[in-house]
Design a protein around this ligand. Structure first.
Ligand code: NDP
Ligand code: PYR
Ligand code: MG
Length: 760
């Protein structure tokens, strides 16, 4: 045993699991519990009404409890990743991890259930007894051959989906990857020769699925820890691997690899030696899927066979064949139709959807958003990336449809358009929204300077930014304070080693910075004395000068103090970008309904029509960086001319200017906010609007309206704000608000890095 991961990653992983709270999960209530009445509804006596309704009609549990969206991730810890039988307690981090993936990628809630039980009967009894709690059961990391019986018996006993992820989740992705690789290699599945290392849960399930896809059983040779699985072998045999026993004298992987088109490794680290690859067929597919360390490292495999297509289970190489591409979405589809099982038709639908998605050209918007990362279908992109937001949009409906067509859906979907719309909204609500910018930032991380470098949130953000390669942070702060705090928060990054620290009390560039400051701001009422004091004491000034002088590429400030005073320094030192007449600020609000950009939430008290037009065009450009097509509404109290107040007329005039300046923009106005957010309402008041569907960019007539809308959305709709994104400075600089979180700083940094990449 032993995972062989680097010491750095090991300690980072331990900190990640420990701080700020132990583990990766907590329970969140979804209903208010703020007063006596709430208590009477949530608990006794009100709760009895819900209980009685379920007694009368058990199907109502789906609408009165969280059951229909709740999955159990169950393990006994007997085959945890490639770590072996480490037991249920040590398996808990993996099961919590699976729970997080279910939630993050598909909005499914999970209780991880680690059970101390080795015998099939005991596992089955425990899990079967959990049926009232859950809408589905995901079995995880239970070793072969026990896992086969466990799943078979549970499927027979339970009326909800039971799915052994290591078998079928893996098989579905492998099925999609093999299908696509053979398309590229120009080989027919019925002709290819497959050799495995591993004859356990994952390997056997993959082979079974490959056979249903057309691979011939006689063209498959299985090897495991005992060597080749041959007819008559007695050691370590079971009836599932016996299906693949060959009549052969060959005894080892080395004896059978010659001529293989596909190597399928689902066993243990390092079992495939580079010299063995030489004997494989032309353009072979090497799937080294053991986790966390594969059967062969991709660079070794590529060096031995430059013509090979290579997949691993890891996220740090192309072609990540990992069941995370499947299990969240197959359950999403199954739960959404209240399926009684996950059958072969549903699995086949998932294989098809995944293979087809990889072959789809990235949409124009996605391609632009992902920069160089959106690889077209090919050797390095046999299957979609786990962060492809289209996975849920393609797999869940395909699985739901297959469940309905095969007669196992208890609650069929009536309108797939509405269903797909709800999935689309989920995608935008989650962190996926930031993904394109983060990916783009990582392609060319820039130096970002933080004025409040001693703040815990900046320190935590810096750790993430460095680990994820999003930016090269420069922190302004006193070394002793920064060092003490890093230690206190258990952060492993070190000043001078991992990031640059600018000590405002003792920086060798002090004189040069004062000179630069006087140069740019000397005629704005700054005396030499004031300049010396400010460059010593005001970290926003220091940060802005660093950016001005090219010592940093972008500035983030505003964790303390007032927005206006921070902005004043940016104005004085960095100035406006060419062609821009005024500064403005746009805030992204990620809500349960979707993502909305509001402007100007922080800068201009009462912009003119010209300034509204400028701001709208600039906002639209920023929005496209998120991979979102801007749909812009100029909002007002007036609906398409219903009032002739000065502010309504201003918005009308702004629309005319925008139409002349940027005729391709999807923009309309002036309109009320509900008209902006609803196509139905808009059709009533303005049947031929240029704007289609829901607006996602709301341009407000003044600062009061925009800032109040921003604060209300944040407070009442529990929205996650990103920004404010400052538009206008000559170089990237953003003033966050004092309530910003570490995650918020990471997000605004990614935005600043992408801006800096585009800077001349
Ligand atoms: N990328 C992905 O999505 C997934 C990857 N996996 C990985 O696949 C591997 C197996 O998982 P799983 O099938 O669930 O586990 P099992 O315990 O069910 O199976 C393990 C199999 O590997 C064989 N094996 C172990 N060590 C060696 C070795 N040194 N040489 C050859 N064969 C060996 C075992 O042989 P024997 O039966 O003789 O002991 C057994 O057949 C793990 O590394 C896991 O992380 C699993 C699921 C998904
Ligand atoms: C990915 C996975 O489920 C495993 O390695 O076990
Ligand atoms: Mg697993």
């Amino acid at each position: 045993m032993g995972s062989n991961i680097s010491d750095d990653l090991k300690s980072a992983a331990l900190v990640y699991h420990t701080h700020p709270k132990p583990g990766k999960l907590e329970i969140q209530p979804t209903k208010p519990l703020g007063n006596q009445r709430d208590l009477a509804l949530a608990y006794s006596p009100g709760v009895a009404a819900a209980c009685e309704a379920i007694v009368e009609d058990p199907d109502r549990a789906g609408e009165l409890t969280a059951r229909q969206n709740l999955v159990a991730v169950v393990s006994n810890g007997s085959a945890v990743l490639g770590l072996g039988n480490i037991g249920p307690l040590a398996s808990k981090p993996v099961m919590e991890g699976k729970a997080v993936l279910f939630k993050k990628f598909a909005g499914i809630d999970v209780f991880d259930i680690e059970i101390k039980a080795d015998e099939v009967e005991r596992i089955v009894d425990v899990v079967a007894a959990l049926e009232p709690t859950f809408g589905g059961i995901n079995l995880e990391d239970i070793k072969a051959p026990e896992c086969f019986d466990v799943e078979e018996q549970l499927k027979a006993r339970m009326d909800i989906p039971v799915f052994h992820d290591d078998q079928h989740g893996t098989a579905i992705i492998v099925g999609a990857a093999v299908t696509n690789a053979m398309v590229l290699a120009g080989k027919d599945l019925s002709q290819i020769k497959v050799v495995t290392s591993g004859a356990g849960a994952a390997a056997i399930a993959c082979l079974n699925l490959l056979v249903t896809l057309g691979v011939k059983r006689e063209n498959i040779t299985v090897t495991d820890i005992e060597g080749v699985v041959y007819q008559g072998r007695e050691a370590q045999m079971d009836r599932w691997k016996a299906v693949y026993a060959q009549d052969t004298q060959a005894r080892s992987l080395a004896d059978v690899i010659a001529g293989a088109d596909v190597f399928l490794g689902l066993s243990a680290a390092g079992v495939l030696k580079p010299h063995l690859l030489e004997k494989m067929a032309e353009r072979p597919l090497i799937m080294a899927l053991a986790n966390p360390n594969p059967e062969i490292m991709p660079d070794e495999a590529q060096a031995a066979r430059p013509d090979a297509m290579i997949c691993t289970g890891r996220s740090d190489y192309p072609n990540q064949v990992n069941n995370v591409l499947c299990f969240p979405y197959i359950f999403r589809g199954a739960l959404d139709v209240a399926a009684t099982t996950i059958n072969e038709e549903m699995k086949a639908a998932a294989v098809k959807a995944i293979a087809a998605l990889a072959r789809e050209a990235p949409s124009e918007v996605v391609a632009r958003a992902y920069g160089g990362e959106a690889r077209p279908f090919g050797k390095q992109s046999l299957i979609p990336s786990p962060f492809d937001p289209r996975l849920i949009l393609r797999i869940a409906p395909a699985v739901a449809r297959a469940a309905m067509e095969s007669g196992v859906a208890r609650r069929p979907i009536a309108d797939f358009e509405v269903y797909e719309d709800s999935l689309q909204r989920f995608v935008f609500r989650s962190g996926f929204l930031m993904k394109p910018l983060i990916t783009k930032a990582r392609a060319e991380p820039k130096r970002v300077i933080y004025a409040e470098g001693e703040d815990e949130r900046v320190l935590r953000a810096a750790q993430v930014l460095l680990e994820d390669g999003i930016a090269r942070p420069i922190l302004i702060g006193r070394p002793s304070v920064v060092e003490t705090r890093l230690k206190r928060f258990g952060l492993s990054i070190r000043p001078g080693v991992d990031f640059e620290l600018v000590n405002p009390e003792d920086d060798p560039r002090y004189r040069d910075y004062v000179a630069t400051y006087l140069d740019v701001a000397g005629r704005k009422g700054i005396t030499p004395d004031a300049a010396r004091t400010l460059v010593r004491t005001n970290s926003t000034v220091i940060g802005a000068i660093a950016v001005r002088r090219g010592d940093a590429d972008a500035l983030i400030c505003g964790l303390e103090g007032r927005f206006a005073s921070r902005l004043r320094h940016i104005k004085d030192i960095l100035g406006l970008a060419p062609g821009v007449r005024e500064y403005s600020a746009m805030s992204l609000m990620i809500t349960n309904k979707g993502a909305y950009f509001l402007a100007d939430t922080h800068v201009r008290p009462d912009p003119t029509a010209e300034e509204i037009a400028d701001m709208t065009v600039a906002c639209a450009e920023h929005v496209t960086r998120f991979g979102i097509a801007p749909k812009i509404a100029l909002v007002s109290h007036s609906d398409f001319g219903s009032a002739d107040t000065p502010s309504a007329m201003k918005m009308r005039e702004a629309l005319q200017i925008i139409r002349e300046r940027a005729p391709a923009l999807e923009v309309d106005g002036e309109m009320q906010a509900d008209t902006a957010l609803s196509q139905i309402i808009r059709e009533r008041v303005m049947p031929h609007s240029r704007l289609e569907g829901e607006a996602n960019v709301l341009i407000m007539p003044n600062l009061d309206a925009a800032n109040i809308a921003y604060q209300l959305t944040k407070g009442l709709a529990d929205a996650l704000p990103v920004g404010p994104i400052l538009i206008g400075p000559a170089r990237p600089a953003h003033v966050v608000t004092p309530s910003v979180t570490a995650r918020g700083i990471v997000n605004i940094t990614a935005i600043a890095v992408v801006e800096a990449q585009a800077a001349p």
